[in-house]
Design a protein around this ligand. Sequence first.
Ligand code: SAH
Length: 218
Amino acid sequence: MLPKNDHFRIARERMVESQIAARGIRDKRVLEAMKKVPRHLFVDEALWDQAYSDFPLPIGSGQTISQPYIVARMTEELGLKGDEKVLEIGTGSGYQMAILAELARQVFSVERIPSLLQRARQVLDSLGYHNVMIKLDDGTWGWKEHAPYDAILVTAGSPTIPTPLLDQLKDPGVMVVPVGDEYSQTLTKIIKKDGKVETKYLEGVRFVKLIGDHGWRA
Ligand code: SAH
């Protein structure tokens, strides 16, 4: 039998090849990051054997860690080169944050549920990510102290684009947000450039609700 670490490394490589590269993700840095970050450590040990399969998993408090392909797709759309300051809304397990931390200079994330924030912080710490910072708050207000951001990623579904996030996006900058009703959303990409804002609709997704002043009411 293979040692556990090798077992998961092989499962992770297969995940990247069969679920992510095969579905059209081309950015080599994104593929490398997804091969590197141990997704199983972001879920309960009872779920480790499912950690490299193509579906979301529960992380407690009624929340989920997104399907690996969706993490890859959203990350690729940000077009990170390595020197960016990124804001994520909805830390959840911290997995998406680890992927962003591999690809950008500095990553900030906001989470509204204390137990999730604590666990994410522990896992990210134990993996040695030092370019990440998390705070407990309503992320629909963004994180003003560190704005503006080169890229913003919202990992919960919102009825509209939260205006504070649009204000905290740099020019040029890019933001990806799932926008829709509580059952289904469209992955929406906002590109800010030369004082203008362009909107692109990417694909249908299903996220848990973004709950806050500029999202859904609790
Ligand atoms: N990116 C996460 C998955 C997010 S699930 C991961 O990689 O695991 C969505 C998360 O958004 C949940 O943890 C939920 O508590 C959080 N959330 C919902 N509304 C929020 C808000 N207004 N501010 C901050 N976090 C919020």
